[in-house]
Design a protein around this ligand. Structure first.
Ligand SMILES: Cc1cc2c(cc1C)N(C[C@H](O)[C@H](O)[C@H](O)COP(=O)(O)O)c1[nH]c(=O)[nH]c(=O)c1N2
Length: 210
């Protein structure tokens, strides 16, 4: 039986503390096979009914990447318009994607039509398909950090537009667009906290007993 000792547990906690959403990447390619290795780890994640609904699209094509970047710019300008006053001024200073610099773009979808898993666990909660995909992304995020690789999640995008740019099956629901590469810097504090947008709160604020 495999056992994990206190040293491992301490290091694992450090991994959680030092995982970051990365938007600033070094101009350095990832080694061959790195993304495929992260995808392999993501596929070890739990999924409803063992349905493994995650679908990964490595976006290499420069024209498709450009179209995603253009979509981000449009959506981010729209998002800025939803704020006013000091909040808008602050939003405008935030860096909310590393799409231009990241050596790797990875889009992740949930296949809503797959019959892998035979529907187990999904009848009353079909959204568990997407939850399963998000759990895989979290695993990949942590595994990347363990290798010194940074990952940034970009959701300021139009899902229909991304669907058409990447030309994927209609049954695939867009879940995430990830920028992957080596971070410019390491930090144990979220970038949004450093930018004074929001701060990480204590777990007790989110926990009830009944
Ligand atoms: C579903 C989802 C979607 C997004 C994010 C995360 C998640 C989970 N985050 C990253 C988010 O801002 C970040 O996780 C928090 O600010 C906390 O920072 P750390 O991840 O701890 O560094 C994110 N960040 C960003 O710059 N642009 C974005 O569009 C998004 N979208």
């Amino acid at each position: 039986m495999i056992e994990f000792d206190d040293t491992f547990r301490r290091q694992l906690r450090e991994l959680f503390v030092w995982r970051r959403d990365v938007r600033r990447f070094r101009n350095q390619a990832l080694p061959d096979g790195a993304v495929e290795r992260l995808i392999d780890i993501a596929c070890l994640s739990p999924s409803v009914g063992l349905s493994q609904p995650w679908r990964f699209v490595i976006v290499d094509d420069p024209e498709r990447r450009r179209a995603v970047i253009d979509d981000f710019k449009t959506c981010n300008a729209d998002a800025l318009n939803c704020y006013s006053g000091e909040r808008a001024a602050r939003y405008a200073t935030l860096k909310l994607s590393g799409l231009e610099q990241a050596p790797c773009h990875l889009a992740i979808f949930a296949d809503k039509a797959s019959d892998i898993g035979h529907g187990l666990g999904r009848a009353t909660m079909p959204e568990t398909t997407e939850y399963s995909v998000v759990s895989a992304i979290t695993a990949m995020w942590l595994a990347a950090r363990a290798e010194g690789i940074g990952l940034g999640w970009v959701s300021i995008l139009n899902p229909q537009r991304i669907h058409s740019v990447l030309d994927v099956p209609v049954s695939w629901k867009f879940v995430a667009y990830l920028c992957i590469g080596y971070p410019e810097a390491e930090c144990d504090q979220p970038e949004l906290e450093r930018a004074k947008w929001e701060h990480r709160r204590d777990a007790s604020e989110f926990t009830l007993r009944r």
